[in-house]
Design a binder for this molecule. Structure first.
Ligand SMILES: [Zn+2]
Length: 96
């Protein structure tokens, strides 16, 4: 039985894969997230929200959505240049 050299996850776990150095993709993905510039990501989110933000004092609503778990870097077809998975939905409540 092979195990991840970082977290000791066994290769008996369904769907687990290891890179050539014996590190599992969830560990590689966790390392990738440690290197994300969250300030830049926050600015991108704020700019995106500004495109849809109401300016009449009423509430806005953001619905974050996930495309599911991404076990391998780059495995998500929805990934943008940032490498993030998932999507962001925005809506404004219609007045009745
Ligand atoms: Zn691991």
């Amino acid at each position: 039985m092979n195990r991840c050299k970082n977290c000791v996850m066994p290769d008996t776990r369904p769907g687990i894969q290891f890179n050539e150095e014996g590190i599992c993709y969830p560990c590689l993905n966790a390392e990738k997230k440690r290197n994300i510039n969250w300030k830049t990501r926050q600015d991108v989110l704020r700019n995106l929200c500004d495109r849809y933000r109401r300016n009449d004092g009423r509430y806005d609503c953001i619905i974050p959505m996930s495309g599911g778990k991404v076990a391998r870097p780059g495995a998500s077809g929805a990934s943008g240049a940032s490498g993030a998975s998932g999507a962001l939905g925005a809506c404004s409540a219609a007045s009745g």
